[in-house]
Design a binder for this molecule. Structure first.
Ligand code: COA
Length: 342
């Protein structure tokens, strides 16, 4: 029987800033309420990074946490993939900054897929391993939203949703018999799905600062009136999120001859509890098979999935042999899913 390379997740970790901002804390800045936010989103509180803390620093700390929970040493990493929409600098990206903090000599690439960034990172790591080019890949998702969102009444439809945080996974090449892999019985990433639709780009976007005009990267007026903050058409984004997340799940289930009953845990991007519930309901996933932590962290963008995976491992739900389906949707629009035997 021939052997093939599988991509096994050897460790996951996360890091969130200490400071908690509750829904009630937000009422000091804007006209909102704990009841409105909880009812519409399921969020109770979120974490806020301290002044001076950067996205690469959060990502680095999440990576250290993943290494502490894995047999793979940082010196063995031969590729870093880091996803964010809130980089330390306009350029370079955060992957090289994380690489420098870890002091490991390997290529480090940034991935721009917003809330789908970590899902796509796993997909690319899997492809890189299967191509036999890399053996141990660090995938990081890290975001600091609190610096760019508008905490006034005008930005309240966006600012109540997001929080800061980071997560990381170490994905390693493991030789397995092709037969066992075909039957999806061995630990590793089994299949992935990715999609994009750029016609929705401006429905959830931070278009300024930018190089598409007016003539300046950012104008004084734009800074003064905070028009650099993300813009979102919430209702449209909501509908696209449910549709595309369902499409991604259907694709992976059908391609792998599985039903929702075969899945031990659904790990969805944490954007809104109503989106998560709608997706779970469509496939009749009972909520105790869905990993949810949105109440504690809000939407942490690229950190959302690894935060769920990391907490799921820590609390004993995600144990070896469990079949897991992750699913994400984000600005772009972008979406994706990963079928993983833990
Ligand atoms: N607090 C109180 N009221 C608020 C508010 C807030 N934070 N944000 C908006 N409102 C108000 C609106 O102004 C509106 O008032 P009006 O009826 O007087 O015009 C009312 O609440 C309803 O707004 P609406 O936007 O229709 O609410 P909604 O039920 O669609 O919920 C979201 C808004 C943002 C929670 C919801 O659209 C959503 O979650 N969308 C998807 C977001 C998402 O997942 N984004 C990331 C994808 S990766």
């Amino acid at each position: 029987m021939s052997e093939i390379y599988c991509s096994e997740i050897m460790g996951v970790g996360h890091f969130v800033p200490e400071r908690i901002m509750t829904n009630n804390d937000l009422t000091a800045f804007m006209d909102t309420s704990d009841a409105w936010i909880k009812e519409r989103t399921g969020i109770s509180e979120r974490r806020i990074a301290a002044t001076g803390v950067s996205t690469s620093e959060l990502g680095y700390k999440a990576a250290l946490n993943a290494f502490s929970r894995s047999d793979v040493k940082k010196e063995e990493i031969d590729l870093i993939i880091a996803a964010t929409l809130s980089p330390d600098y306009y350029f370079p990206g955060i992957a090289v900054l994380i690489q420098n903090r870890l002091q490991i000599p390997c290529p480090a690439i940034d991935l721009r897929a917003q809330c789908s960034g970590f899902s796509w990172g796993l997909t690319i790591a899997h492809a890189m391993i299967q191509s036999k080019q890399y053996k141990n890949i660090l995938v990081v998702g890290s975001d600091i939203h609190s610096r760019i969102i508008d905490f006034s009444d005008r930005g309240r439809n966006v600012s109540v949703l997001f929080g800061d945080g980071a997560g990381a996974a170490i994905v390693s090449a493991k030789k397995r018999s092709a037969e066992a892999h075909v039957k999806n019985k061995v630990s590793g990433i089994i299949d992935n799905y990715m999609g994009s639709d750029g016609s929705g780009a401006e429905l959830l976007a931070m278009t300024r600062p930018g190089l598409s005009g007016p003539e300046l990267f950012i104008t004084k007026e734009e800074v003064e009136n905070k028009s650099y903050s993300p813009y979102m058409e919430g209702g449209k984004v909501f509908k696209h999120a449910v549709t595309r997340m369902c499409e991604s799940i259907t694709a992976l289930l059908e391609r792998n001859h599985l039903t929702a009953d075969d899945i031990d845990f659904l790990v969805p991007h944490q954007a809104n509890i109503r989106i998560i519930s709608a997706v779970a309901e469509k496939f009749k996933f009972p909520m105790d098979k869905v990993i949810v932590n949105i109440h504690k962290y809000g939407n942490t963008t690229s950190a959302s999935l690894p935060l769920c995976l990391s907490e799921g491992v820590a609390d004993g739900r995600l144990t070896k042999g469990k079949l897991i389906l992750t699913v994400a949707f984000g600005s772009g629009f972008t979406w994706g899913a990963n079928l993983i035997r833990w």
